[in-house]
Design a binder for this molecule. Structure first.
Ligand code: C2E
Ligand code: CA
Ligand code: CA
Length: 522
């Protein structure tokens, strides 16, 4: 009761009662006139009752009117609060663009429209919609370099550029650096051009705090109704196409094709299996011998990852390393394998070199030198026995970071080799800029070198260059005696290939070491 009197409805009842009492007193003060009026209408005490009923009626009416106004206000304010909450839930606070929840709602009427709608002339006009899934390339680097504020400023600018090409209400931010744009009734022949325009616009440099910065864009797109009957289905397919575009490199675009779906399903399966394999530590290093060509001595082993899955099939490292790189599993896999290899190398009877591959994605990890040093400290392998192999492609993304990583490794006494030389974005300036101890000539040159004049000249030039830069050379993929003779004649330092031995498990590597020693001493 007390609560009721405290709230607005209670107060109003109190007020209305007060007004009723005042009214009743008023009637009472002028009762002669009122009674005279009432007697005209009735006889006996009925006049008092009538007056009371009139007062009560007027009071109730006043109270109801007040309640109705009040309820209307309350509904208005509730609707405003709901609209505000809804806007927050369906819009990105940074770019102010609608988000993926807004897209789900946006999708429904579009799906209906896709069935075609009738024009004034009574003809059925078919509606199409092309969904473009846009993902920024290299955004993480901008965030790392300029901090989150810089990253936010870049995202705002990117969203502004996308909106200037597509209808504002058809651009969505799906999270992080993912955007979706829907183009209605865009002719198929113009879709590619539109995707190119988006890439071009997004990848133009942006100045943030007077610093010029740049990101790229990968775009996948799919169209309704060919690739799906609802916008959500089409968006899912444009995402699959985006995946394909990303695999092609930076600033690429791809139109959805049903074959892509199968590829994505297989990759998802491989990713799941890879996660489980890493958890069970089922991926192990094998060791391929590195032979000093002049002395014929075993000088070390290159560790190569081997994964035999539940069905007993070996999966190619090129396949699973790529998945590990894309999913970020590479760091844990690397740490597991390196620790395993360092422990194995510690148990070798000779202090041979352990050569270990680092993937390009890892070079972007500032903590890489620390991770390696921690593992060396934990396993007790001296840094001088470790060589890290880096491919040329790893150097182009962030050359400063790569140079600093290489310097830190050198400072700790670890050797660094340039792997697969001649296959990537080879530039002689890289050899001058980064300090390497060794160049590994890629096996593709070896297989085509003997009898191929052009390749022979390239290999000769690489060997001459490494001699003048005082770098050692390793030749990979020697399979035949003629190749061995050729590289030996050219003064190459180290050889690696099936002619000496394939990558083998630890116990076989130990046996190989023993046999090699026996052959040499004999
Ligand atoms: P890579 O670093 O260039 O390794 C050399 C590859 O050449 C190995 O292939 C090896 O088995 C193969 N090979 C060696 N000698 C011969 C030969 O005489 N003939 C032929 N045809 N091939 C030969 P594998 O083990 O399949 O590895 C492929 C690539 O996968 C490696 O190329 C490396 O880039 C990557 N990889 C392997 N293990 C790891 C790892 O632990 N971490 C990282 N990041 N990458 C790895
Ligand atoms: Ca290698
Ligand atoms: Ca190699």
């Amino acid at each position: 009761m007390v609560d009721f009197l405290k709230n607005r409805a209670g107060r109003q009842l109190f007020q209305v009662t007060g007004w009723g009492v005042l009214l009743w007193l008023g009637f009472f003060a002028f009762r002669n006139h009122v009674f005279a009026f009432a007697q005209l209408l009735s006889v006996g005490n009925a006049d008092v009752i009538v007056i009371s009923l009139i007062v009560l009626g007027i009071s109730s009416f006043g109270y109801s009117a007040l309640r109705i106004f009040d309820m209307r206000d309350e509904m208005d304010s509730r609707r405003r609060a709901f609209d505000a909450a809804d806007h927050i839930a369906t819009h990105d606070h940074l770019t102010k663009l609608p988000n993926r929840y807004a897209f789900d709602r946006f999708a429904l009427p579009q799906a209906v429209a896709s069935a075609g709608h009738e024009t004034a002339a009574g003809e059925v006009e078919s509606q199409t919609a092309t969904v473009f899934s846009i993902d920024l390339d290299g955004f993480k680097k901008v965030n790392d370099l300029l901090g989150h504020q810089g990253g936010d400023a870049l995202l705002k600018e990117v969203s502004r550029r996308i909106c200037s090409l597509a209808d504002h209400e058809c651009v969505f931010r799906f999270g992080g650096d993912e955007f979706v744009a829907v183009a209605r009734n865009l002719p198929p022949e113009k879709e590619q051009l539109f995707a190119q325009l988006l890439i071009h616009s997004v990848s133009r440099p942006v100045r943030i705090d007077a610093l010029p910065t740049q990101v790229g864009a990968s775009i996948g797109y799919a169209r309704m109704p060919e690739h799906g009957t609802s916008l959500e289905e089409v968006r899912h397919r444009s995402d699959i196409a985006l995946y394909e575009a990303k695999a092609r490199g930076h600033n690429q675009q791809a139109l959805f094709h049903p074959d892509m779906q199968e590829k994505v399903a297989q990759r998802a399966k491989l990713e799941g299996e890879l996660r489980r394999a890493i958890e069970r530590e089922a991926i192990v290093p094998y060791y391929q011998p590195l032979i000093g060509l002049k002395s014929a001595e075993l000088c070390g082993f290159e560790a190569l990852a081997r994964w035999c899955n539940a069905e007993g099939t070996f999966i190619s490292p090129q396949e699973f390393i790529a998945v590990a790189e894309e999913t970020g599993l590479i760091t844990i896999l690397f740490e597991q394998l390196l620790a395993h290899a360092c422990r194995d190398a510690r148990s070798w009877s000779e202090p041979l070199l352990l050569s270990f591959n680092v993937s390009p994605v890892q070079i972007e990890d500032r903590l890489l030198p620390n991770r390696i040093l921690n593992i060396l400290a934990e396993t007790g392998l001296p840094p001088s026995r470790l060589e890290i192999e880096i491919t040329e492609n790893a150097l182009i993304g962030d050359p400063e970071l790569a140079a600093s990583t290489i310097e830190q490794l050198h400072a700790a006494g670890i050797q660094v080799a340039l792997d697969d030389f001649g296959t990537g974005y080879s530039s002689l300036s890289q050899l001058a800029r980064f300090r390497f101890d060794k160049i590994k000539i890629d096996k593709s040159f070896v297989s085509s070198c003997v009898g191929n004049d052009k390749n022979t000249k390239i290999v000769d030039a690489i060997l001459g260059l490494s001699r003048s830069l005082n770098l050692k050379t390793t030749v990979e993929g020697i399979e035949e005696n003629a190749q061995l003779a050729y590289f030996l004649g050219q003064g190459c330092d180290i050889g690696q290939g099936y002619i000496f031995g394939k990558a083998m498990p630890q116990d076989e590597a130990i046996a190989f070491m023993r046999e090699r020693r026996q052959i040499l001493s004999a």
